[in-house]
Design a protein around this ligand. Structure first.
Ligand code: DAH
Length: 347
């Protein structure tokens, strides 16, 4: 009988190797541990055994049951993770075409101010030859941190308060920079793309901070791309966005995925630089962190940094909306308040 239990465990182990779906896992559980399963069948034969033997075998059978149950639970976790990873890998889209085909009527009907600004920006980028990419909100550590040159234990991880899932492997993306890596994986240089979307941070909210906000990531990779291209590009971009000259200042900025990195600030358009809650009384608003893509990041994206260089930037969309419409509290943007959104319907 002990021999039978041993054989059962071995055939369970073999069968477990071939499990690649939830249905198969459920079948396996029924086959071995179900009421009419193999373990029950063995236990039924116990009634013929002596009291002494029954005790011994019963204990062995229970221990086996616990082991198999634990293995099944473990297999379920691994399977769930595989399924999520596969979904994440597939959840990547080039929406340039969809965006270009979007009916004019949609653009002109009532829209949230964020959508209005995002669409306008997309039009500017499309006219500059950029593609528009989309990516998943739920990300892996790799895309959000490691592949962006932010290894585990790097202090930069603390700069962004992350919403982690219980498995500590998945997270809500803290920035759209994740799509730098996804974009590089899918494109062959030279290329340029932007990626608008929601990002999530575990932050206390106030007039200029939200736990859910919006960014537009941009990346351009090609031969001999230099800081001069980056600066020229940003000036052109900002004059397109604001349709006028805006005062800007460039400061060195630290982001592990770019080297050198910069912070580009613009003069606060809400208070014209006098100081208000949006610009934290400084007269300047951080608008466009950017820099030259770090060679490690190019490498992680499958691009040879000896052959290609590039730059990247992250636009804060909510700030732009606030500047444009004179909104002084970021929380209004995500409030879901229709009276708020309707004010922009005819824009
Ligand atoms: N991902 C950064 C953040 O959310 C913003 C950023 C900085 C994006 C520099 C970039 C960049 O592409 O080059 O704080």
């Amino acid at each position: 009988m002990l021999e039978k239990l041993k054989n059962l465990e071995e055939s369970f182990r073999q069968a477990l190797k071939n499990i690649d779906s939830e249905a198969k896992l459920a079948d396996l559980k029924a086959r071995f541990l179900g009421k009419k399963g193999e373990l029950s069948a063995i236990l039924k034969t116990l009634s013929n055994a002596s009291m002494e033997e029954r005790k011994k075998l019963g204990q062995a059978a229970n221990e086996l049951k616990d082991r198999l149950t634990a293995r099944l639970e473990e297999a379920k976790l691994i399977l769930d993770r595989k399924i999520t990873d596969a979904k994440l890998a597939a959840d990547w889209t080039d929406i340039t075409l969809r965006r270009s085909l979007m009916a004019e009527s949609v653009k002109e009907s009532g829209q949230h101010p964020l959508s209005i600004v995002q669409r306008e920006l997309e039009d500017i980028f499309l006219s500059m030859g950029f593609d528009i990419l989309d990516g998943p909100h739920i990300e892996t550590d790799w895309y959000n941190f490691t592949a962006l040159n932010i290894p585990e234990s790097h202090p930069a991880r603390d700069m962004q308060d992350t919403f982690w899932f219980k498995d500590m492997k998945h997270l809500l993306r803290t920035h759209t920079s994740t799509i730098q890596i996804r974009g590089m994986e899918h494109k062959t240089p030279p290329f340029r793309f932007v990626a608008p979307g929601k990002v999530f941070r575990c932050e206390t909210t106030d007039a200029s901070h939200e736990a859910v906000f919006h960014q537009m990531e941009g990346m351009l990779v090609g031969k001999d791309i230099s800081v001069a291209h980056l600066i020229y590009f940003e000036k052109t971009l900002l004059s397109e966005i604001f349709q006028r000259e805006v005062e800007i200042r460039l400061r060195p900025g630290f982001f592990p995925f770019v080297e050198p990195g910069f912070e580009l600030d613009i003069n606060c358009l809400i208070c014209s630089g006098k100081g208000c809650s949006v610009c934290k009384q400084t007269g300047w608003v951080e608008l466009l962190p950017c820099g030259m893509t770090h060679p490690n990041v190019l490498r992680y994206g499958g691009i040879d940094p000896e052959e290609y260089t590039g730059f990247a930037f992250g636009l804060g969309l909510d700030r732009l909306v606030m500047m444009r419409y004179g909104i002084d509290d970021i929380r209004l943007i995500h409030s879901g308040n229709l009276d708020f959104s309707r004010q922009f319907a005819s824009c």
